[in-house]
Structure formats: structure tokens, C-alpha cells
Design a protein around this ligand. Structure first.
Ligand code: IDP
Ligand code: MG
Length: 136
């Protein structure tokens, strides 16, 4: 049974800064994702705060929003069967130190905060996050 989903992926400032966007995109394509929409933008801090609102009570919230708005990012809508969980697997654990071999965060992540990519964690959040970046 086909279960095509969409999820939101972000190539974070640390990865864009190191010109890793094409490499990371090619990993998604190789894994069978279709990049349905894509845009390179720099968020204002207030937008980063909105995007990460679920984390507003966390001690790292301020730094996280500061960081996500510190430089250009690439936001993408990725489409594939079971896209949400598939993307989370390919990304690897939040802390690159704990990420499995071959995952994006293992290969490219610098630290728990500069971990190169974001991926939606549920279908519901994927819809919200896609709408956040691609309203039209
Ligand atoms: P996720 O990106 O793997 O879904 P979340 O727990 O949703 O991880 O956290 C969102 C982002 O916040 C992480 O990707 C990372 O950049 C940052 N973050 C998470 N935990 C910490 C922490 O303990 N210290 C600093 N930054 C963190
Ligand atoms: Mg998350």
C-alpha cells in the first residue's frame, strides 16, 4: 500500500555556510525523495522564534533561535513513502555524537546545536512546518 507523505527539511546555517547544500540534497534524492519545493532564505529572529515555538520553555531556545536566524538556510518539501520517519532516519540523532554511521548528522553535524539539518517529527508538524515556509 502506498503511503506517500511530505515532510519539511531544513539545511541549517552551519551546513549552508560550508556549501554542503548540494551534497545534502543529493543524499535525499539518492534515498528516493522528490524535492517538491525548495527555497534559500535567511530568517529574521522573530520568525525563528515562531518556527521553534514548541521549544520555547527549553533552556536552549534563545540560542537555537539566534542560530537558525544567523545565516541562510535551505527549506525543502520532501516527498516519499513514509517521508517523515524516513527523513528522521537519514538525518540521524539530534546530537551528531549519537548519530548512526552514514546519517547526515554523523557525516556533517558539528555539535548538538549545529547539527546541519532539521526534519519534521510527525505528519501533523510536517503540515504546519510546510505551511510556515510555503504558504501559497
Ligand atoms: P531534532 O532537531 O532532532 O528534532 P529537537 O529536540 O526537536 O531535535 O531540538 C531542536 C533543535 O534544537 C535541535 O536540532 C538542536 O539544533 C537544538 N537542540 C536540541 N537539544 C539541544 C541541547 O541540549 N542543547 C543545544 N541545542 C539543542
Ligand atoms: Mg525536532
Amino acid at each position: 500500500m502506498s503511503n506517500i507523505e511530505q515532510t519539511l527539511s531544513i539545511i541549517k546555517p552551519d551546513a549552508v555556510e560550508r556549501n554542503l547544500d548540494e551534497k545534502i540534497k543529493s543524499i535525499f534524492v539518492k534515498e528516493g525523495f522528490k524535492i517538491v519545493k525548495e527555497k534559500k532564505i535567511k530568517l529574521e529572529k522573530i520568525d525563528a522564534e515562531k518556527f521553534y515555538k514548541v521549544h520555547e520553555t527549553k533552556p536552549f531556545y534563545y540560542d537555537l533561535c539566534e542560530y537558525l536566524s544567523s545565516g541562510p538556510i535551505v527549506a525543502m518539501v520532501l516527498e516519499k513513502e513514509n517521508a517523515v520517519s524516513s527523513n528522521r532516519q537519514i538525518m540521524g540523532a539530534t546530537d551528531p555524537k549519537n548519530a548512526n554511521e552514514g546519517t547526515i548528522r554523523k557525516q556533517y553535524g558539528i555539535s548538538i546545536d549545529k547539527n546541519s539539518v532539521h526534519g519534521s517529527d510527525s505528519i501533523e508538524n510536517a503540515k504546519k512546518e510546510i505551511n510556515f515556509f510555503f504558504k501559497d
